[in-house]
Design a protein around this ligand. Structure first.
Ligand SMILES: [Zn+2]
Length: 393
């Protein structure tokens, strides 16, 4: 850094506006002294990419005449200033300038850049740490911005998942929850705040998400998910985040999502333990393949009644958000056919293989066709009931 600062005063620095005026007359060699991934994100028109380590070696080919006007820029002006100084001092170039403030200042001034379709200047900045990842890139970020993710429950799991999915730029977040924020939620439901105790959870979540990322549209469903509304609610979404903590609703969600072929990232937490899997209809097992029958009521406590370590919601909710992002961007290896268990007291992850059940009544080869008139009706759930359906973690 010291060398860049020392050499800076010895080279000519021009403002973005001055550079633009000069570039208009066409007799200028314009060099972008950044790395390829930065260049790919956005660059100036007619710029030649020459990473800092290659400037001296390649200048002969790019500007053979040492009198040639050469303008260099980088992100903020340091690397281009350094390169300009080297060209001047080491190779005798006499007409070299560096753009002060680099492409960042150029864009602040509202001057045009060449950038991939799909992201505006603010989004390129906001999501730059995503687009710098080759696996995500601009293409993956655009997929996230165009995606619609439904959170069933704005509670323990839904809160951290919603925050990180919103930060990641998931374009539409649907949230279904009929509860209001309670003081006892705040130990783990981090999207809510003390001053919002008493207001609907969907509204509280929307306030927080909108403050975090204006790119996200929040769709509130202030209702309890049940047989009468589930198909209509989940129909428009690409991926579903299951934060349900009771078995009837979980079976209902499974059967509806298999019917509409919607992937569900399902997690649950209790005390110091959590588990998560991704149910991708017909690609892997469904929830019923894993749990053909629900446990008896006394074995199925809900978080309302039982204790849970607050950070468990964060750990498992963020594993869900991670799965969602992978599914949307089409990267990595989803937790399909795998059940991941987390024990927080010992800090241990265990993975179990889960296979599709050929006899599964929902996704098996011989599963009965459900007539149109029966769509949305799942009569057997009440029999499983360990309590009132719809309570959320
Ligand atoms: Zn199944």
């Amino acid at each position: 850094m010291a060398s860049a600062a020392e050499t800076k005063p010895q080279i000519e620095e021009i403002t973005p506006a001055q550079a633009q005026a000069e570039l208009g007359n066409g007799s200028v060699v314009l060099l972008d002294t950044r790395e390829p991934h930065e260049f790919a994100e956005a660059h100036l028109e007619n710029a030649e990419l020459v990473p800092p380590s290659e400037v001296l070696a390649r200048i002969d080919e790019l500007a053979p005449d040492a009198e040639q006007r050469v303008i260099l820029y980088c992100r903020t002006g340091n690397r281009s200033g350094q390169a300009a100084a080297e060209l001047t001092e080491q190779l005798g170039y006499s007409n070299v300038a560096s753009v002060a403030g680099g492409i960042v200042e150029w864009q602040v001034q509202g001057l045009p850049v060449v950038a991939p379709e799909g992201l505006d200047a603010e989004q390129r900045m906001r999501y730059s740490r995503h687009t710098l990842l080759p696996e995500v890139g601009v293409e993956g970020q655009v997929k996230l911005l165009n995606s619609k993710v439904l959170l069933i429950g704005a509670g323990g799991l839904g809160s951290p998942a919603a925050l990180y999915l919103a930060a990641a730029g998931v374009g539409t977040l649907g949230i279904i929850d009929d509860d209001v924020v309670d003081e006892s939620n705040l130990q783990r439901q981090v999207i809510h705040t003390t001053e919002r105790v008493g207001i609907p959870k969907t509204e509280s979540a929307r306030i927080q998400i909108e403050a975090l990322n204006p790119d996200v549209e929040v769709v509130e469903f202030r209702e309890r998910i049940g047989p009468d509304n589930i198909l209509d609610v989940i129909r428009d979404y690409d991926v579903i985040v299951d934060g349900v903590d009771n078995f009837p609703t979980r079976y209902l969600l499974n059967d509806a999502s298999v019917r509409l072929r919607k992937p569900v990232v399902s997690a649950s937490i209790l005390a110091f333990d959590g588990q998560i899997s991704t149910f991708f209809p017909f690609e892997g097992p469904c929830y019923r393949c894993l749990y053909p029958t629900p446990p008896p009521p006394e074995m199925a406590p809900s978080c309302g009644a039982a204790g849970v370590l607050g950070v468990m919601a964060g750990v498992m909710g963020l594993l869900q958000a991670n799965e969602v992002i992978k599914l949307v961007a089409g990267i990595g290896e989803p937790l399909v056919g795998r059940l991941l268990l987390y024990e927080s007291l010992s800090t241990r992850f265990t993975e179990l293989k889960v296979r599709r059940d050929p006899e599964c009544p929902i996704c098996g080869a011989n599963a009965a066709e459900v007539p149109e008139s029966e769509m949305g009706k799942f009569p057997d759930y009440e029999l499983f009931c360990a309590g009132p359906p719809g309570a959320l973690a």
